[in-house]
Ligand binder design. Structure first.
Ligand code: IPE
Ligand code: IPE
Ligand code: MG
Length: 247
């Protein structure tokens, strides 16, 4: 409780981001700098994730989306991919009780039919257990690729047209947005990328159209509540115009 007040007290009265999206990057570099295997970086990154979810919950952020595994990350060695999948199972197994207790609602964005079955079972359990929760919406982007998401969306719209449920003239931004994995959710206001890389890496290409981007040089395993607060402060100092003029 005391911690909660400390963090929020130092944030200004400007609006908080309603939806924060994070590209959690730099686990490998964190490990390499310590002469550790990359997998140890992923393990350390799990602790950051735990802290960041907790802080978002305390700050009453409505939506948090984290990029956990991309459709391109299958290119990595099998041992690293396996480790990442097992780590996710472990994270859900360890944290589910507390997340559920804190009223967090978990979602998975991405094609999780293609991930190992053990992982799917754990995810289904988490989704099922938290589906009626009303607190923080916590999206885990897993086997997620924005281009694939858009392709899937186009396929589902086409199917509706072929069934006669929709006419091509009905397609607008709303229809497309509602057929993405994030249907019914607001777009991210703040996109954070850790480890200094200035790229989007196929993350939420549609949804980040007007997100404020904050790139932190801090590697993900070193990213914690203080860095999150700093990113939110930077967001609060931005002038969001959405193509209009400053008021
Ligand atoms: C982010 O850290 C985790 C995933 C992409 C799964 P990286 O593993 O990409 O770390 P770096 O970029 O090699 O340092
Ligand atoms: C983006 O990080 C994917 C995740 C954080 C899960 P990468 O490390 O895969 O991105 P690139 O390869 O540097 O673009
Ligand atoms: Mg990386």
């Amino acid at each position: 409780m005391a911690k909660k007040n400390r963090i929020s007290d130092r944030l200004s009265d400007s609006p908080m981001p309603n939806h924060i999206a994070i590209i959690m990057d730099g686990n490998g570099r964190w490990a390499q700098r310590r002469l550790l295997p990359r997998t140890m970086g992923h393990r350390a990154g799990m602790s950051s994730l735990k802290k960041v979810v907790r802080t978002c919950d305390e700050l009453k952020v409505a939506y948090l989306t984290v990029f956990a595994f991309s459709t391109e990350n299958w290119k990595r060695p099998e041992t690293e991919v396996d480790y990442l999948m097992n780590l996710l199972v472990e994270f859900l197994h360890r944290e589910l009780e507390e997340l559920h207790h804190n009223d967090v609602q978990i979602h998975v964005l991405g094609d999780y039919g293609a991930i190992p079955q053990k992982c799917q079972i754990e995810i289904s359990r988490a989704l099922e257990m938290t589906r009626n929760n009303t607190g923080l919406i916590f999206n885990i982007a897993l086997n997620y690729g924005a281009r694939r998401e858009i392709v899937e969306s186009v396929k589902s719209i086409t199917t509706r047209i072929l069934r006669g449920e929709l006419s091509p003239d009905d397609i607008d931004e709303q229809v497309l947005a509602q057929s993405l994995y994030t249907a019914g959710m607001p777009d991210p206001d703040l996109l954070i990328r850790t480890a200094g890389e200035m790229r989007i890496s196929n993350f939420m290409l549609w949804q980040v159209a007007y997100a404020e981007i904050v790139v932190s040089d801090v590697l993900w395993p070193d990213f914690g509540p203080e860095e999150l607060r700093r990113a939110i402060q930077e967001y609060q100092g931005r002038d969001r115009r959405f193509g209009g003029l400053r008021l």
